[in-house]
Design a protein. Sequence first.
Length: 297
Amino acid sequence: MRFTLEELTVFLAVVDTGSLTSAAEHLGQPISTTSRLLARLEDKVETTLLRRTTRRLDVTDEGHGFARDARAILEAVHVAEDGLMQRRERLAGPLRIDAATPYMLHVLVPLMPGYRERHPDVELTLTSNEGFIDLLERRVDLAIRIGALKDSTLHSRLLGQSRLRLLASPAYLSRHGCPHTPRELAQHERLGFAQNDILNLWPVRQHDGKQMQIEPTLASSSGETLRQLALNGMGIVCLADFMTAADREEGRLVEVLADATVPVDRPVQAVYYRQSAVSARIASMVKYLAEVLPARH
């Protein structure tokens, strides 16, 4: 029985993504190749690993056990490869990183020259998605996420915290006045997130002690778009320090209702999908970010 690493990789991709089509997209190969390699593996092990129905693929009991062993085999190979590269003291190969557009632009991009100086042979690919994504499906090695994590299959490392503040431009405040109580926010333009109520929970104390759930008068799915709207005097916005610190320092945005604001720090985390050991490339980026990022940013 001489199955190949390529066959094991295809099998696990199908298990993790749930379909031949998704597995083929994840691996960047034709569906016919994925199907052929999977069939060849089942022939070699003389066991049905996946049960095919008209709508989906189900993993058999034997398939679950084999998937666990296959992961251990591939993980051992990755660790051996990474160890060899580390012994050569030169990391190489692809590293795909994903973050929301504001964090990518304001934090990660300025830090990439420093990382490239350390590891010039690592092939970086940077992508931006505003919401949480399936790392396997999008072929992402490492993602930076802000806020609480829900996916228990992901490993994570806390990189710091970022405080939320209510902000507006001096031009907006000169035209509309500055609110003095949370209740007065109802009379102002409120820049908020589209279809994401949790991001529209503003950290200001109300008379009942709860934070304020706002209804945006102008909404966007992008935090960077909301920042630009605020800079252009379109209303009051609630954003994290990592994307507005320079605006506040240079006076382009002014904090609103600071005395009524509840200190709320959102966690900034590096997340990655690995079953055990972390690849040297992922570890190198996480280590670098942990070193250069301040605890609160």
